[in-house]
Design a protein around this ligand. Structure first.
Ligand code: SF4
Ligand code: SF4
Length: 379
């Protein structure tokens, strides 16, 4: 079955531009039957951290407000929520609502989630995620909309629809999930299991201003000028990859979805090439290495370690930008970071390259470093 991916121009976040963009982008989806009168709809935004809309780390409030208006006009009850990295408490998440500007959705008649309980459940249909912890407000939804931001991502290469659903896991559990699924493919499969469990009825991508470089929180805003809507997170991510010029095989979630037969054929409305940014600054993530055969014995182990060190991207501190806040030390799921003289020191033998330290560094002092040999070999 084909999935629709609708791509339309949205030059900026002014209310008129956003309204017109949504009208065009939603046209291929007809009546939005899930938004019937009385339906409870959760919009799962990307509110990764307490960052202003201009930083391009979070879903822009102007877009969220317009989608809320559209759904409420059809009689639906709308709740906007997410679990940022860190504590999943009323105090912290409400501070994020304020800091990201999404509190504006209240003016449309939508609610902001105020249920900070979480649930543990079995997930027998999952490939890697056989049980999970998730934010319980999702259970109150008749339909979930995945509303992400198009960004680069230190660990996964790109953050868009599939990655956004990691916010279904309460922030305090996220490091544990990184530790449980340290391998990039296992982590991608876990993300896909989350998408399959919560099955968003619609995926919307804020690609008006994306984030390039040291994403997903410390990169640079980059104008793209597009709004995307799809009924498939996998088809939509494939188009997002084309827009920012990242090869699909560099995005583990795309590769994993393909292998599982989940990437449908896409029926495009609009032309991704019209929005392609040729020099988008990517994070080149080198995934786990495979040499086709398992390397055995002492030689194999030594060779594996040397090859790993020579080719795999790692987090690297820029000392001059570090303020010694210890956030990286706190979030590191592998306990690979030690603070020495108020600066983090990484034990490379323990590091699982989850890039949580890079994602949550408030100063962007932790960067993704690609080894010279990898650059030379273009790996
Ligand atoms: S989170 Fe960033 S600023 Fe804070 S100690 Fe770590 S590297 Fe330094
Ligand atoms: S040092 Fe950074 S990349 Fe390595 S395990 Fe810790 S948080 Fe993850």
């Amino acid at each position: 079955m084909k999935s629709i991916v609708s791509i339309t121009s949205c030059a900026d976040y002014s209310p008129e531009t956003v309204k017109a963009a949504f009208e065009r982008a939603l046209t291929p989806f007809g009546e939005l039957t899930f938004a019937r009168p009385g339906a409870r709809i959760v919009i799962k935004a990307n509110l990764v951290s307490m960052m202003k809309p201009e930083s391009a780390a979070t879903t822009h409030p102007a877009l969220l407000c317009e989608l809320c208006r559209i759904l409420i006009a059809r009689g639906a009850q709308v709740t906007v929520g997410d679990s940022p990295g860190g504590l999943y408490t009323s105090a912290y998440v409400n501070a994020v609502y304020t800091g990201t500007g999404v509190r504006a959705v209240l003016e449309t008649g939508a609610k902001l989630n105020q249920n900070f309980e979480h649930v543990h459940a079995l997930n027998p249909g999952g490939k890697t995620l056989k049980e999970l912890d998730y934010t319980s407000y999702l259970d109150d939804a008749d339909a979930i909309i995945d509303f992400c931001k198009l960004k680069t991502h230190g660990m996964m290469g790109m953050s868009a629809c599939v990655k956004n659903m990691f916010g279904c896991v309460p922030g305090v559990f996220k490091p544990e999930y990184h530790y449980k699924f340290p391998n990039h493919r296992a982590f991608a499969d876990m993300l896909i299991d989350l998408n399959e469990r919560f099955k968003p009825v619609l995926c919307v991508v804020d690609a008006v201003t994306g984030m390039e470089g040291n994403g997903p929180t410390a990169g640079t805003p980059r104008h793209i000028g597009a709004l995307l809507v799809s009924d498939s997170p996998y088809a939509c991510d494939r188009v997002c990859a084309d827009i920012i010029g990242i090869e699909p095989e560099q995005v583990e979630t795309i590769a994993a979805a393909r292998e599982r037969g989940l990437e449908p054929e896409a029926q495009l409305t609009g032309n991704p090439a019209d929005f392609a940014v040729k020099d988008y600054e990517l994070v080149r993530v080198r995934k786990e290495l495979s040499f086709g055969v398992e390397a055995h014995g002492l030689f194999g182990k030594v060779f594996g370690r040397v090859a790993h060190a020579a080719l795999c991207s790692v987090p690297k501190l820029t000392r001059s930008e570090c303020v010694g806040c210890e956030k990286c030390y706190t979030v590191c799921p592998a306990h690979a970071i030690e603070m020495r003289s108020h600066r983090p020191v990484i034990d490379r033998s323990k590091c699982i390259r989850c890039f949580c330290c890079q994602e949550f560094c408030p100063k962007g002092a932790m960067k993704v470093k690609r080894p010279l040999i990898a650059k030379m070999l273009n790996r």
